[in-house]
Design a protein around this ligand. Structure first.
Ligand SMILES: [Zn+2]
Length: 107
């Protein structure tokens, strides 16, 4: 049966429910689907939440079963804490400087 490829519009002899003329076009179509799916996913907060929950569960599972992952995660969290502390200190110093400048500006 002659059909038009949904990706490149080439006419081809389709076998069964084929919609693409070549494996390349099939891949392209898959990629498009993925993009479309991701766009839909971005729109739906409920689905996003569900996906996040599933990811959390996977993390938890891995956290329990993989000591190396656990170690890496701990290091990452420590790093994050350290960075937060650092930015906090920087913020504090900046504010202090601002206050000082304000005082000298008034006087
Ligand atoms: Zn094609």
């Amino acid at each position: 049966m002659l059909k038009q490829c949904v990706v490149c519009d080439t006419w081809f002899d389709a076998r069964g429910s084929a919609k693409c003329c070549s494996p390349e076009c099939k891949r392209e179509r898959l990629r498009e689907w993925k993009r479309e799916w991701q766009r839909e996913w971005m729109k739906d907060p409920e689905y996003r939440e569900r996906q996040r929950e599933r990811q959390r569960e996977r993390h938890r599972e891995r956290y329990h079963n993989d000591p190396e992952y656990r170690e890496r995660k701990r290091e990452w969290q420590l790093d994050k804490k350290f960075k937060a502390l650092q930015t906090g200190i920087e913020q504090f110093l900046k504010e202090k400087k601002c206050k000082k400048n304000g005082k000298t500006g008034r006087n």
